[in-house]
Design a protein around this ligand. Structure first.
Ligand code: PBG
Length: 324
């Protein structure tokens, strides 16, 4: 045998030399859940180890992350029912605790990259990403107006990257125009390009108490059976001015990550969603899986599929154990 692939695996030093993909702390974005009560800290039942934090605790969390090289954060507000309404008006209220917290974080840590979701669900009494019409349908074009206001308010507060997660048609171009006309031409857009109607978002909806009050999200989020449809979404997002394309969820959609990576020159992000966190956490708690090893292997799989960026609830933990 002249060809022996095992030669490239013979020692750790050789394996490291020929290793194709890496996961680094600076590739990761850590999603954080923000409470109104500044000193609050409440664990998410379905995501053991993940806490909803008030701003005081969140600032400490961010500092700990920076110390291990995680520099990007995606902040989601936990909005009490009394603040919700049909048109999600708190989503662009600059005095609301969410936008105050964004300003505070940028003031304390100017070097962090802050991302923010653009969608109505956390602020809406209907729990949908868009406006719900008379007969229960989600009104696309009317919703764009709300999303535009939300994105501009977030940019104004200091967000570096807005993340439209709503899946309305035409939203990237609409938001780009609104940001530009308000002078926010350097605010980036990471589009939730291929966002599937997935049951893996369950724990996230528990964390934010943002589940839809009626119906499901299948008229706007994509059908998990479809791959080619992701190309249509990606083409539109690119033409409308997206800076980064995202695929969500990640693990069950590695083929879609690869598809976008092969067909577009924009950076590709993968959202390692709440349900993926919970599954692994549960199996590790039962002693059935090696938590750290599987976290690494899963993040590596997303990289191998083509993700440049990974949004993951494991960000801090991964960076900590890589740091040891
Ligand atoms: C809001 C939004 C969701 C997630 C990110 N932004 C939930 C949904 O669309 O229902 C899910 C994130 C996760 O599960 O970790 N539009």
């Amino acid at each position: 045998m002249r060809i022996r692939p095992r030669r490239n695996r013979k020692s750790a030093a050789v394996r490291d030399l020929v290793q194709e993909h890496q996961v680094q702390a600076h590739d990761l974005i850590f999603p954080l859940f923000l409470l109104e009560n500044s000193t609050g800290k409440v664990e998410v039942d379905s995501m053991p180890g993940i806490f909803r934090l008030g701003i005081d605790n969140m600032l400490r969390e961010i500092e700990a992350c920076l110390n291990v090289g995680v520099r990007a954060f995606d902040v989601f507000p936990v909005v009490e029912e009394k603040y919700k309404d049909k048109m999600a008006t708190r989503s662009y209220d600059e005095n609301f605790f969410y936008l105050s917290a964004i300003r505070r974080i940028k003031k304390e840590f100017p070097s962090v990259c802050l991302m923010s979701d653009v969608a109505m669900d956390p602020y809406s009494t209907d729990g949908h990403d868009g406006i719900v019409g008379e007969s229960g349908e989600i009104l696309n074009d009317e919703t764009l107006e709300v999303l535009g206001k939300m994105a501009v308010a977030q940019a104004h507060a200091g967000v570096d990257i807005v993340g439209p997660s709503d899946m309305m048609d035409g939203r990237i171009g609409f938001i780009r125009d609104r940001l530009d006309s308000e002078g926010f031409k350097n605010t980036s857009i990471m589009s939730y390009t291929a966002k599937y109607a997935s049951a893996y978002y369950g724990p996230f909806r528990d964390a934010l108490d943002s589940a839809p009050k009626s119906g499901d999200k299948k008229t706007y989020q994509m059908n998990p059976a479809n791959q080619r449809e992701a190309l249509i979404e990606a083409q539109l997002d690119m033409e409308e001015g997206a800076d980064i394309l995202m695929v969500k969820p990640a693990l069950a959609y590695l083929d879609v990550i690869k598809l976008l990576k092969d067909n577009f020159d924009l950076p590709v992000a993968a959202y390692n969603v709440s349900g993926e966190y919970s599954m692994l956490t549960a199996a590790a708690q039962l002693g059935w899986l090696d938590r750290e090893a599987v976290i690494y292997e899963q993040l590596l799989a997303m990289k191998r599929a083509g993700a440049d960026i990974i949004l993951t609830y494991f960000a801090r933990e991964f960076a900590e154990f890589m740091h040891r």
